[in-house]
Design a protein around this ligand. Structure first.
Ligand code: MN
Length: 243
């Protein structure tokens, strides 16, 4: 069987000096896809994406990995910006949100991570907490770097819905995860099901039961897969196996 191509969305960053805008992606995603046996391909954001862009991207990939990154413009879910809204990247939103809808229409396998669970939810009609600490005060700290943890340390547990795809992949209904987010899913989009929550109730996993493979998590398994965690690795292996 030929190796499968995984398209990975990425962020944009203003370079210093005169080089202009850059397309950026953490190596941990590239490594996790490669380790799971896939061929990682980066899908840059375009300032004027078109039907041709989205069709072209989807024609050359077997699965779509929605990676982490900046906040989504709340206009996409009908809200004004909260004062604690972080950086937004208009090109990325404009490229990625329609791409998700079109991938869903094609029943292309999708794995979303961090911003990826948020993009999936918004693309299908859901909303977000724009700033979790102020809009959903909790004992649980969801941005672990504020506490001095590294990106691959575990920070809080999640409870997983028995019988879900996520539970069958990781082989348990409770596990430890890292946490590197200040936004989170608020109202869940039609067609998506909550399959994991943090102890404070924050949504940490969504999936669709009507598609080949549509799974998204709020944590960052690409960081813990490389470091130490076999369950995180299995998430990437299960995604590749579905392509
Ligand atoms: Mn969390």
């Amino acid at each position: 069987m030929s190796r499968k191509v995984v398209g990975m969305t990425c962020g944009t960053m203003e370079a210093s000096g005169t080089s202009g805008l850059r397309h950026v992606l953490n190596d941990a995603y590239v490594r996790a896809i490669k380790e799971a046996g896939g061929i990682p391909v980066v899908l840059p954001s375009l300032c004027t994406p078109s039907e041709e862009t989205w069709r072209g991207y989807l024609d050359i990939i077997d699965g779509l990995l929605l990676t982490g990154g900046a906040d989504i413009d709340p206009a996409y879910y009908g809200q004004a910006p909260h004062e604690k809204l972080g950086e937004v990247q208009p090109m990325r939103d404009a490229t990625e949100i329609p791409l998700v809808r079109k991938a869903i229409e094609r029943n292309l396998p999708i794995f979303g991570i961090c911003r990826g669970i948020q993009v999936l939810n918004v693309a299908l009609g859901g909303t977000l907490y724009q700033d979790l600490p102020s809009e959903f005060p909790s004992e649980i700290h969801h941005r672990q770097t504020d506490l001095g943890y590294t990106r691959s340390d575990f920070c809080h547990s999640i409870t997983i819905e028995p019988g879900s795809r996520l539970a069958s992949i990781v082989g348990c209904t409770e596990m430890q995860v890292n946490s590197l987010h200040h936004q989170a899913v608020r109202d869940v989009a039609p067609g998506l099901k909550v399959v994991a929550r943090a102890p404070d109730g924050v949504i940490e996993g969504l999936e669709s039961e009507r598609h080949r493979f549509v799974l998204a998590v709020q944590f960052h398994p690409e960081e813990t897969a490389a470091a130490h965690d076999p369950r995180s690795k299995r998430l990437f292996e299960a995604f590749l196996a579905a392509l």
